[in-house]
Design a protein around this ligand. Structure first.
Ligand SMILES: CC(C)(COP(=O)(O)OP(=O)(O)OC[C@H]1O[C@@H](n2cnc3c(N)ncnc32)[C@H](O)[C@@H]1OP(=O)(O)O)[C@@H](O)C(=O)NCCC(=O)NCCS
Length: 175
């Protein structure tokens, strides 16, 4: 599955030819780059041992977006607990944002999760993270309550979001 590359210069000319990212399962050799991005963008980056213990565990879907042979531009980690998929982490490298990579990884998750019956998807997101919340709402997630003080770095509340696993929910999602 290819992410859309659609950014021009904003002056009405043709889109620049950026190498598209493709989405595939995360491999152990991707971990170093994932950790690098995580340390760059997160106030509470995942440690290596946590990432490695998720990777390849049964009941997980762990994806990377890559350019070329193996340049990681984004990653997504999801785990299945009791028939519900929990999106644990999704991030795109700052210089590759707003090109559809986050959306493409999420849709790939929905596709891969569709193989086994499940109740749906849930995630937590900082209440201030308007861009991510917009992305999730566009993908069919709805607000499902708040966890007060969920984020330890600044005591910020988490918005809990939920998306049904019923295939009909895929209708209307641009792919
Ligand atoms: C959230 C994140 C993963 C989105 O990835 P992305 O590849 O930039 O997102 P996409 O290009 O697929 O965006 C799809 C749509 O989501 C919405 N969106 C995404 N980022 C947005 C932003 N910063 N502001 C407003 N809307 C945004 C838009 O509707 C966008 O469509 P558009 O570009 O046509 O307007 C990325 O911003 C990121 O890594 N953020 C830091 C980590 C993070 O916050 N992760 C979420 C934790 S729950």
């Amino acid at each position: 599955m290819m992410a859309r590359g659609r950014h021009g210069t904003g002056r009405g000319d043709a889109p620049t030819q950026e190498p598209p990212s493709k989405v595939r399962p995360m491999r152990a050799r991707d971990v170093q780059q994932v950790l690098g991005i995580e340390q760059q963008i997160s106030a509470t980056p995942w440690p290596r041992h946590m990432l490695l213990s998720e990777l390849g565990r049964p009941g997980t879907i762990d994806l990377v977006a890559v350019e070329g042979a193996a340049e990681v531009t984004g990653y997504l980690l999801a785990s299945r607990y009791a028939d519900v998929w929990h999106v644990l982490n999704v991030a795109v490298r700052p210089d590759r944002r707003r090109r559809g990579i986050g959306r493409t990884m999420m849709v790939e998750l929905f596709d891969r999760a569709a193989g086994k019956p499940h109740l749906g998807f849930t995630l937590e997101v900082r209440v201030s993270n308007a861009g991510a919340i917009r992305l999730y709402r566009e993908l069919g997630f709805a607000d499902h309550g708040v966890r007060p003080g969920y984020y330890s770095d600044n005591n910020e509340d988490a918005l809990i979001m939920w998306r049904s696993g019923v295939p009909d929910d895929m209708h209307g999602i641009a792919r």
